[in-house]
Write a protein that binds this ligand. Structure first.
Ligand code: GLN
Length: 487
């Protein structure tokens, strides 16, 4: 087995038993990138020099007998909307095509301090708006399991990198499903943590009240390791929650005896592929056979979550993206007559269609007269969805559902149908607007050999329970085969 095929926890042990060096791991992943990246397109920017230097430093520290973080020497890819000092951070937009941040996001500080090896910045839908990575200004990313298909989005570069062996772990961001949906379509594991548990400082905002950075990988333990590293209170983020964050890896247990699992009826409805329903029901049966108590529940307001989300997310995006005006960051139109003309030309040239669509929708729902009709109504719906979840978690530990209603579509199939594209997130958005943690796990393949994902949703700050449920399923399956076998 090649080094790039291993999990972070395996490599971490190998480093400690001196079976391999951080430099060898870097070189193996780097070679893998060289052999598949032109077909997959997971990265926007590669940083081999920075990565190599880091790997050598880690080896030197090991040689000196220093005690290093469990993730030291592990290659990671970073979604290109997370600020990296001195490394271009484009948000896959023409607007920020040449933007190099002067500071690191808090998560990047943590990753650097841990000695992780940043391989590069991964592709995404422009400003994290989309479900296929096709709205990227840079290039499209292909699903490593079928190169004619989308990897999902918006963290499609990060999930494709993990499934292609171009990184051992990656970071994504999830506003309405952007970690879970692409992870499901690429057959990877992706955790959207509880809102407030991972600092957003340095994450270029799409919808600030929903955005959350999270880990993507090939084993539940790897996800726990990275979540342990990136979570925690940060005074630089006003929405960061100041509580104790217990170590998830240390408490990881593969046992669901007595765990109460709710099956969310609404997410098994019309529009969900039969092969997906079948695979998820099979997983539910496995949980039941291993001691979990299973009961079907109904959360009627989740049906309206998608509408509420697009109003709230677009409203926030329109406000957040007002800063890209040609003055402070990034692009400025070359020719213009006066200040207003400069604003208009810069924003017309700098943003793609999907971003413009959301800015228009967002300013519309926030304008006087429309505010009560749309925005306020959406916020009320959000409250209703949150309350239904809250009531559910009085009696249940975890909720289970499919992650996505269908497997990966063909490239180009849905990109001109925005509303159809929005329905890619029909099973992920409810947890987002309620601020809940949720994880996707691979749970089989459909008739076209495309990965299927199941979603587990937990109560706020119940990552341990969620990961224990995930770890149990992983053990029952004998591990997951995330890597593409066809590349
Ligand atoms: N696909 C969803 C959207 O386009 C979610 C995006 C995200 O989570 N960043 O809004």
């Amino acid at each position: 087995m090649k080094l790039y095929e291993k999990t972070a926890s395996e490599l971490s042990e190998m480093l400690r038993s001196k079976e391999c060096s951080a430099l060898e791991i870097f070189e193996d992943v780097e070679n893998r990138i060289k052999s598949v990246e032109d077909r997959v397109g997971a990265y926007i920017t590669l940083t081999p020099d920075i990565a190599k230097k880091r790997a050598i430093e880690v080896d030197e520290s090991f040689a000196k007998g220093e005690k290093l973080n469990v993730l030291a020497g592990i290659p990671i890819g970073i979604k290109d909307n997370i600020s990296t000092k001195g490394i271009r951070t484009s948000c896959a937009s023409k607007m920020l095509e040449n933007y190099v941040p002067p500071f690191n996001a808090t998560v990047i500080e943590k990753i650097n301090n841990a000695g992780m090896v940043i391989m590069g910045k991964t592709n995404l839908d422009e400003f994290a708006m989309g479900s296929s990575t096709e709205t990227s200004y840079m290039h499209i990313t292909r699903n490593p399991h079928d190169l004619d298909r989308i990897p999902g989005g918006s963290s499609g570069g990060s999930t494709a990198a993990v499934a292609a062996g171009e990184a051992i772990l990656t970071l994504g961001s999830d506003t309405g499903g952007s970690i879970r949906q692409p992870a499901a379509l690429c057959g990877a594991i992706g955790l959207k943590p509880t809102y407030g548990s991972v600092s957003r400082y340095g994450l270029i905002a799409a919808a600030s009240s929903l955005d959350q950075i999270g880990p993507i990988g090939r084993s539940v333990k790897d996800i726990a390791m990275l979540q342990d590293l990136i979570s925690g209170y940060d005074k630089m983020d006003a929405t960061s929650k100041n509580i104790e964050y217990p170590n998830l890896v240390d408490n990881l247990t593969a046992n669901v005896k007595g765990m109460k699992i709710a099956v969310l009826k609404e997410f098994f409805g019309v529009g969900v592929d039969d092969s997906i329903k079948e695979s998820v029901y099979k997983a539910i049966k496995m949980y039941e056979e291993n001691g979990a108590e299973i009961k079907e529940i109904s959360l009627p307001s989740t049906e309206f979550a998608i509408g509420a989300y697009h109003i709230i997310a677009s409203a926030e995006a329109s406000s957040n993206l007002a800063r890209f005006d040609g003055v402070k960051y990034g692009l400025r139109a070359k020719e213009y007559n006066d200040l207003t003309d400069m604003y208009e030309k810069t924003r017309s040239e700098g943003f793609g269609d999907e971003v413009k669509r959301r800015i228009m929708l967002g300013t519309f729902v926030l304008s006087s007269g429309n505010y009560d009709v749309y925005y306020k109504k959406a916020k009320n719906l959000q409250k209703k969805v949150s309350e239904e979840f809250e009531e559910t978690f009085v009696d249940f530990d975890v909720i289970i559902s499919p992650t996505v209603a269908s497997t990966a579509s063909k490239i180009g199939e849905d990109i001109n149908h925005p509303v159809k594209m929005y329905y890619n997130d029909s099973c992920t958005i409810a947890a987002s607007i309620a601020g809940l943690p949720a994880i996707t796990l691979p749970c089989g393949k459909d008739g076209n050999n495309l990965p299927i994902g199941l979603q587990l949703i937990g109560n706020k700050f119940s990552e341990q329970t969620l990961l224990n449920a995930a770890y149990t399923y992983e053990n029952l399956c004998g591990g997951f085969n995330v890597l593409s076998q066809t590349l």
